[in-house]
Ligand binder design. Structure first.
Ligand SMILES: NC(=O)C[C@H](N)C(=O)O
Length: 615
């Protein structure tokens, strides 16, 4: 033990250093349960302090039975009431209103489990799902609440920052927002949220939730169920039983509950009898970097819609400094008059002087191309093809890209033509193998006399988890490649919810973990027992794997953290410094008390030594 690189003295320093950022995070915008760990080491144990504990059915598997969602209420019709015959947001009424709606809140469970004391006054809980799971959600209400027509880029930044601050405390996020500019906010957040690993779902309604017939209840319920149950690492928009990719939507109807369309991309999920997730479509960050929110946005951007007879003077005025980026909404497949030299000259002058102009179509569906002479002239004038991007996505992408201080103009232009968050279709002509190309699947299909696409996909999905977990066990990257070729999703869990990443983390094969993380595996997957890949890597003491997972944004779940004090004390009691070191690398707070109120550092008479100054 003497030659251990990790002594108890630096453990105490580390503990201090580790606890510091946690404290710094607490401000009025962060909603989290009380951090006084001495009160209740686990939520389950906490239940025993409730007077009505005898009536509660204990959770079958603590940690897996409750999911937490943060709801950020920015305003919108969903929470509006009539004043002087016009609809306007009503502050401080939403939580009270929801408490009276049994489909959105189970007051009995809340009372029995001391929900408010543990999660805060603005918390609510959905009734139990079919598999006895609960979604506990906490509402953060903005002041003032806004009609979304009043939203600005500063409001997008505020939402982004609040998600970032609370990222580790919740499984998913729901943003309540007015429908008028929801497509813009959803697009902007999709770019601002870099290396996203958890669901962020915007929703709202066409009719206030307080009215007899309204769409707010269903929309909120659906968004909560998806955000709390599925690790969809995207900014989505949930409306009228469909989850869409946020940067693919546009508002198409003012008078229907079916207010949004995603003309160029099928929904990510449909809530019918069951909620069906279209996992093949789900976009994944495929990076090992940690989640962060980039709130720097450039406001010198604009949308200009071509119309027959538009004058060169109008175009010139629009493109004057300080304008730096413009989405030009063109005709059909990206066309403009090729007999209007005056117009084309204005566009050319602007691009020559460094204005980035993106060519997007005015049509609801389809992509820009260069099939016509009237389209080619715009390429010649220095415009960048916007593919099948919506104007909302193109505008917010410009705002995000132009704010990148470390990129020169060429790099920004390149970034604009790349697919960053699934906002445009990348041209992979011929690169994607279809399911029936896979020899393996074909052999199985033949032996089972199966030929239709749906049946083939069902076989693939049934076989993927055990095959991918087996490949993870032995670190067989080629097997992963073969599975991916079939269109398999390497994040799918087996019967116990164990994903290939869980297995690779148990095995400690760094290369395999790296591969899975860069091919869409999520660090937030929880198996049937509530265990995360990080918890598995800690358990099997794979230090480098733990480091990589942390770099990617992994953190202990709330229940794992609650249990940590006891585990840490037992490691300290047996003088297991290596074990303690791994826990601290994984983000555990070494000052977390165990059963008797003592923490790891105090256990067995070990003195808590003050850390060297400066830490
Ligand atoms: N349905 C709505 O939410 C429309 C409202 N004007 C808003 O965007 O805030």
């Amino acid at each position: 033990m003497a030659d251990s690189v990790f002594s108890l003295n630096n453990l105490t320093s580390l503990a201090r250093a580790l606890s510091q950022p946690t404290l710094d995070l607490i401000d009025s915008n962060e909603i989290s349960p009380p951090r006084n760990a001495q009160l209740h080491p686990t939520r389950r144990r906490k239940l025993s302090s409730c007077s009505s504990f005898d009536n509660i059915e204990p959770a079958t598997s603590p940690g897996a039975a409750e999911a937490r969602v943060l709801v950020i209420n920015t305003g919108g019709t969903i929470g509006m009431t009539l004043h002087d015959n016009v609809l306007a947001p009503k502050p401080n009424a939403f939580v009270k209103g929801l408490r009276k709606l049994p489909i959105l809140h189970d007051e009995l469970y809340a009372q029995q489990t001391c929900l408010y004391r543990y999660y805060g006054e603005n918390s609510l809980v959905l009734p139990a799902s079919k598999d006895s799971k609960r979604i506990v959600y906490t509402i953060m209400e903005y002041s003032p609440l806004l009609d979304s027509s009043n939203m600005t880029t500063d409001d997008w930044g505020r939402i982004g920052k609040d998600i970032e601050k609370n990222y580790e405390s919740y499984d998913g996020f729901v943003i309540l927002h007015g429908t008028d500019t929801m497509a813009y906010t959803a697009s902007a957040l999709s770019f601002m949220c870099e290396h996203l690993g958890k669901p962020i779902i915007l929703t709202g309604s066409q009719v206030p939730i307080y009215e007899l017939r309204n769409d707010g209840r269903d929309n909120l319920l659906g968004a909560l169920l998806i955000a709390g149950q599925f690790v969809i690492p995207e900014v989505g928009l949930y409306f009228y039983n469909k989850l869409y990719r946020g940067n693919r939507v546009t508002k198409v109807d003012t008078g229907s509950f079916n207010a949004f369309a995603s003309p160029n991309l099928a929904p990510l999920a449909s809530a019918e009898v069951d909620i069906i997730i279209n996992w093949d479509t789900v976009w994944r960050a495929n990076t090992t970097a940690k989640f962060q929110v980039s709130t720097e946005l450039n406001r010198n951007v604009g949308l200009l819609r071509l119309f027959p007879g538009i004058t060169a003077a109008t175009v010139r005025a629009f493109l004057q400094p300080p304008m730096q980026g413009v989405v030009l909404e063109t005709y059909g497949s990206g066309n403009a008059p090729d007999n209007r030299k005056d117009l084309l000259d204005e566009l050319r002058k602007a691009t020559d002087s460094g204005v980035i102009i993106i060519n997007c179509t005015q049509c609801l569906r389809g992509t820009v191309s260069t099939s016509y002479a009237t389209g080619k002239v715009l390429i010649d004038a220095g415009l960048i093809a916007g593919g099948d991007m919506t104007p909302e996505a193109a505008l917010s992408k410009l705002s995000y890209v132009l704010a990148k201080k470390n990129l020169d103009l060429e790099a920004k232009k390149k970034m604009m033509s790349q697919n960053l968050r699934g906002e445009m279709r990348a041209d992979f002509a011929g690169a994607k193998l279809c399911l029936s190309d896979s020899r393996f699947i074909q052999v199985i299909a033949k032996s089972l006399s199966i030929s239709c696409k749906e049946e083939l996909e069902a076989i693939r999905d049934a076989l993927t988890p055990p095959l991918a977990c087996a490949a993870a066990k032995i670190g067989d990257i080629e097997a992963f490649e073969a599975l991916k070729e079939m269109g398999s999703n390497l994040s799918l869990g087996d019967y116990d919810g164990r994903t290939p990443l869980h297995v690779a983390c148990c095995e400690g094969n760094l290369k395999t973990v790296q591969y899975l993380l860069s091919h869409g595996a999520t660090v937030y997957a929880k198996d049937r027992y509530g265990a995360t890949p990080l918890c598995n890597a800690v358990h099997f003491r794979h230090k480098e794997v733990v480091r990589l997972l942390r770099k990617t944004g992994a953190h202990f779940s709330r229940d794992e953290l609650d249990e940590a004090g006891v585990e840490l004390c037992s490691l300290a009691a047996s003088g297991d410094l290596e074990g303690l070191e791994i826990w601290s690398i994984a983000g555990a707070d070494l000052t977390k008390p165990g059963y008797d109120g003592q923490n790891a550092i105090q256990v067995n008479g070990i003195e808590f030594t003050a850390p060297p100054s400066g830490l």
